[in-house]
Design a protein around this ligand. Structure first.
Ligand SMILES: C[S@@+](CC[C@H](N)C(=O)[O-])C[C@H]1O[C@@H](n2cnc3c(N)ncnc32)[C@H](O)[C@@H]1O
Length: 203
């Protein structure tokens, strides 16, 4: 449970540079353009819940989970203020079962990229596939290594890191470069990866 300890420490110190006040524009754009209609969605590693709240307000049936209590308390408070109906759960998504699976869509922003080893990222991809319906989609926003060297900022993963982890369980619909953040405030470089659960295994 090293990742839980790491994030608990961050939240206890108030170090949470990934928090954002507006829903990530990449989420909104992909849902509009693919398109993905309101459906049953899970956001693992939801943090303070900004995107989960936006999804609920947009008509999605939303479950959101995090392994740390501190951001979940903030998320619940924000959802109450916004009158958004989100089921927030404190669970370790990598290791614990989630009661109301299956979901039509999984969305994560910066959760997949938090895993430092290929083995953990593969395990996460397997877990995501296991909670999706057949044909279910996974949209993941992942910090990109196509940035100059820097001391801080999101983890830097390569396109290959993503493909290696997910391809066994997912057909990649697209994998493209972009930026975290709101429409008018581009942040760090990321990968935007939309995947569909595999129903056959030739890879
Ligand atoms: C980089 S933060 C991103 C938070 C949020 N998605 C956002 O963009 O604001 C990653 C989140 O994943 C959570 N997390 C880490 N390991 C987890 C696990 N095993 N199960 C559920 N959540 C986890 C952390 O506590 C943290 O809130």
């Amino acid at each position: 449970m090293r990742i839980k300890k790491r994030f608990t420490g961050h939240y206890q110190k108030g170090f949470m540079p990934w928090t954002h006040e507006e829903a990530d524009h990449n989420l909104i754009e992909v849902l509009e353009s693919w398109p993905v209609k309101p459906c049953k969605v899970l956001e693992p590693g939801c943090g303070t819940g900004t995107d989960a709240i936006w999804l609920a307000k947009a008509g999605f049936d939303v479950t959101a989970c995090d392994v740390v209590e501190i951001p979940l308390n903030i998320a619940k408070e924000n959802a109450k203020k916004m009158k958004a109906d989100v089921q927030f759960l404190r669970i370790d998504f990598l290791n614990e079962n989630i009661e109301n699976a299956p979901f039509d869509l999984v969305f994560d922003r910066g959760y997949f990229h938090s895993y430092r080893t290929p083995g953990k990222r593969k395990k996460l991809a397997r877990r995501v596939a296991s909670v999706l319906t057949d044909d279910g989609l996974w949209l993941s926003l992942v910090g990109s290594c196509d940035s100059p060297p820097r001391q801080s900022g999101p983890p830097m993963r390569s396109a290959k890191n993503i493909v290696d982890a997910v391809e066994k369980h997912f057909e990649i619909q697209f994998l493209r470069a972009g930026f975290f953040g709101g429409r008018n405030k581009p942040g760090a470089r990321i990968w935007i990866c939309l995947m569909k659960k595999r129903t056959f295994h030739t890879c």
